[in-house]
Design a protein around this ligand. Structure first.
Ligand SMILES: C[S@@+](CC[C@H](N)C(=O)[O-])C[C@H]1O[C@@H](n2cnc3c(N)ncnc32)[C@H](O)[C@@H]1O
Length: 573
C-alpha cells in the first residue's frame, strides 16, 4: 500500500456511493489549502484509512540483533571466496550495522567484517577506520586477535596505498555574473506570458561551456541508496558509514553529518522513517524535506510565518537574492518563490495532492515531536499550507541528482538523491535540450550541449526526451505533470526507438564508428571536453575499488554517454 492506493481507494468509494459530486463540489469551494487538506483528512479519518495505515505499515523498524546477524550472514556469503561480490557484501554489512542494537557486539562485528572487505580491496586507510569503529563499539575480546593482526598488516601496507583523491573542480567558462556569483555573466532572466520565467544568454555559447555551478538549498537521499550514501551530504561512502542510533534506515559518513541531521530534519523524520519510505515517492520526500528545512530557518514558527508573508518574499528567484552573505533564510526566498501552477491544476489533481498532504501531516504530527514546534492552530495551518505548497512546487522544480562518478554493481537507477536548486529551477524544458547537468556529490554543473546564439534561451530536459519517448507520450507527461503545452524546437523530433537515457546507454566500444556517429555538435564537444571528463571520472574511478570505472576508456564511454544525447540531431543539420 502506498499513498496513491489510499487516494484511489477513497475516490472509488466516493464514486460507488455516488458522493463524488458533492464531495468534490465542497472541496472546490474551500479557498485556503489547509482547509482543503483538513477536509480530506476528516474523510480519511472517518473512513478509517489512518487506522488501516497504522495497522499495516511499520512507522519505524526497531533495532534487532537477530536481523543484524541475518544480514551479516548474507554479507558473509557474498564476501566468500566462491562469490567475491564485495559491493553486495558491503551493502549487507551496512544493513547489519544499522539493525544492530546499540552497544551490542553485533555492531562492532559489522564494522570488523567491513574492514575485512576493505583489506581485500587494499583500502588500508578505510580498513583502519573500520577497525577503530569496531574497537570503539566494544569488539569482543575473544575475537580481537583477528582484528589485531589485520591492523598490523594494514599499517605495514598503508604506504602502498595511493593518496586520497582530490575531486576535480570544474571552473565556470566565463566571469561570474555580477549578481549571481555561481553562474556565468552572460546569463539573463526573462519572462513571457507563455513560458513564465526563463534564462537566455547574451553571448554565443559553444558546446562544453560551463555556465553554472550550484549547490542545492536542501536535498534528500532516495531510499534504495540508504546503505550506500550519507543521508546528510549524500556522498557515496559505503566504506565507513555509521548508523543512526534509533532507526535502521539512515546512515552518515561522519559524526558531524549525524549531528547535523539529528538537530534538523532527522529528528522529525526518524520516528516515522520506514512509513515515509514505504508510503511516499521521491517528490513527496523532497517536498517534506524542503518544508522541514524552512521550519529550521527561524527559532519560532511565527518568525517564519512573518517571513513568508512579506511582500518582498513573494515570487522571488535566484536573480533576486543578496549573495554578499548567502544565509539559508536568503536562499529559501528563491525556493519559496518557485512556481506552484496551482491555478492550472484540476480538482482531482488538488484532491489527490490533499490526500498526500493529509496522510503526511497526520503521521508527522501524531508520531514525531513536530507538533510541539508548531504551537497552536495557526502554526498547524501554516505548516499545512507550506507542505501543500512544496508538494506542488516539487514535481516541476526539483532535480534528480545522478551518479556520474561510479556505476555500482547493484543499482540500475543512477539517480541517488533529489535536490532543490534555485537557479536550475529557472530553466524551462525542451525535448531536445541544449544544456546538460552533471553532479559531483550534490553540486550541479551545467554544461552547454548544443551551440546557443546570443539572445536565445537555455533549455533543460525534464525527462521527456525525444530520444526516449514518443512525441505523444511527452506531450501528455508535460501537460499532466508540468502543466504546460510544449512547443519547443525539439517537439517535432521523434526518435523513441533510440530508447534510452543517453548517459545510461551502453556504448560497446569507443571505435571510429562511434566517433563518426557523434555528429558535428558532439564532435566539438568530444574533442574539447572529453579529456576534462576523463580526468574527472578517472580520478573518481581511481577512488573506487570495485573497478567499474578504472580505465580511461571506461571514462571516455561515460563521457560519450552524456554527449551521444544529440546524435539524432545530426539528421536535422
Ligand atoms: C522548473 S520551472 C521553470 C521556470 C518557470 N518558467 C518559472 O517561471 O519559474 C517549470 C515550469 O515552467 C513552465 N515551463 C517549463 N518549460 C516550459 C516550456 N517549454 N513552455 C512553457 N512553459 C514551460 C511550466 O509552468 C513548468 O511547470
Amino acid at each position: 500500500m502506498d499513498v496513491y492506493d489510499v487516494s484511489d481507494d477513497l475516490v472509488k468509494k466516493l464514486n460507488d456511493w455516488k458522493l463524488i459530486g458533492i464531495i468534490s463540489g465542497k472541496f472546490n469551494e474551500l479557498k485556503e489549502n489547509h482547509r482543503k487538506v483538513d477536509f480530506v483528512m476528516r474523510a480519511l479519518i472517518d473512513f478509517k484509512y489512518m487506522e488501516k495505515i497504522f495497522l499495516n505499515v511499520t512507522l519505524r523498524e526497531d533495532k534487532c540483533n537477530k536481523r543484524s546477524v541475518e544480514f551479516r550472514m548474507l554479507g558473509n556469503e557474498q564476501f566468500s571466496l566462491k562469490n567475491r561480490k564485495y559491493f553486495q557484501a558491503l551493502e549487507l554489512y551496512n544493513k547489519s550495522i544499522c539493525y544492530a542494537e546499540p552497544n551490542s557486539e553485533h555492531l562492532s562485528i559489522g564494522y570488523a567484517n567491513r574492514s575485512a572487505v576493505l583489506f581485500e580491496w587494499k583500502r588500508y586507510r578505510q580498513c583502519l577506520a573500520n577497525i577503530e569503529l569496531a574497537r570503539k563499539a566494544n569488539y569482543p575480546a575473544r575475537l580481537s586477535h583477528k582484528l589485531d593482526k589485520r591492523e598490523r598488516d594494514c599499517q605495514q601496507l598503508l604506504d602502498q596505498q595511493p593518496p586520497d583523491v582530490v575531486p576535480y573542480e570544474f571552473k565556470l567558462s566565463f566571469n561570474s555574473h555580477p549578481q549571481v556569483p555561481f553562474i556565468a555573466d552572460c546569463l539573463e532572466l526573462r519572462e513571457s506570458a507563455d513560458e513564465g520565467r526563463f534564462v537566455v544568454t547574451n553571448r554565443d555559447l559553444v558546446v562544453g561551456d560551463l555556465v553554472a555551478v550550484e549547490q542545492p538549498f536542501c536535498s534528500t537521499l532516495l531510499a534504495p541508496m540508504r546503505y550506500i550514501r550519507c543521508a546528510t551530504c549524500k556522498r557515496e561512502n559505503y566504506l565507513t558509514l555509521i548508523p543512526c542510533d534509533s532507526c535502521c534506515s539512515v546512515m552518515f559518513c561522519s559524526e558531524e553529518c549525524k549531528q547535523q541531521a539529528m538537530s534538523t530534519y532527522h529528528r522529525f523524520e526518524c520516528p516515522i522513517i520506514d512509513f515515509l519510505h514505504r508510503m511516499f515517492n521521491k517528490i513527496h520526500g523532497i517536498a517534506l524535506r524542503t518544508t522541514l528545512a524552512a521550519l529550521d530557518l527561524y527559532p519560532s514558527i511565527e518568525e517564519l510565518m512573518a517571513f513568508c508573508e512579506q511582500q518582498q518574499n513573494q515570487h522571488k528567484c535566484a536573480f533576486d537574492l543578496d549573495y554578499s552573505q548567502l544565509s539559508p533564510q536568503e536562499h529559501y526566498r528563491a525556493i519559496h518563490g518557485l512556481v506552484t501552477n496551482q491555478h492550472l491544476r484540476s480538482v482531482s489533481d488538488l484532491f489527490q495532492r490533499s490526500v498526500v498532504c493529509a496522510v503526511l501531516k497526520h503521521f508527522i504530527i501524531e508520531y514525531t515531536p513536530l507538533k510541539d514546534h508548531l504551537g497552536g492552530e495557526e502554526g498547524m495551518n501554516f505548516f499545512t499550507d507550506l507542505l501543500f505548497r512544496h508538494l506542488q512546487t516539487s514535481p516541476s522544480n526539483m532535480h534528480g541528482i545522478d551518479l556520474v562518478e561510479q556505476v555500482n554493481e547493484t543499482k540500475d537507477d543512477q539517480t541517488h538523491s533529489s535536490g532543490a536548486y534555485a537557479f536550475l529551477s529557472l530553466l524551462n524544458h525542451s525535448c531536445a535540450p541544449n544544456t546538460v547537468r552533471i553532479y559531483e556529490g550534490t553540486k550541479a554543473y551545467m554544461f552547454i550541449l548544443r551551440p546557443i546564439k546570443a539572445g536565445n534561451k537555455l533549455y533543460d530536459n525534464y525527462g521527456a526526451h525525444f530520444a526516449i519517448s514518443s512525441k505523444q507520450q511527452r506531450l501528455k507527461t508535460l501537460s499532466m505533470q508540468y502543466r504546460f503545452d510544449c512547443k519547443c524546437e525539439g517537439c517535432e523530433l521523434d526518435y523513441p526507438t533510440f530508447g534510452r537515457m543517453p548517459h545510461k546507454a551502453t556504448v560497446p566500444s569507443v571505435t571510429d564508428d562511434t566517433e563518426m556517429a557523434l555528429g558535428a555538435y558532439n564532435y566539438d564537444f568530444a574533442v574539447s571536453n572529453y579529456r576534462k571528463y576523463c580526468d574527472f571520472l578517472t580520478q573518481y574511478g581511481a577512488a573506487y575499488p570495485c573497478e567499474q570505472i578504472s580505465s580511461a576508456e571506461e571514462c571516455l564511454k561515460m563521457a560519450l554517454h552524456i554527449m551521444v544525447d544529440a546524435v539524432p540531431l545530426k539528421a536535422k543539420m
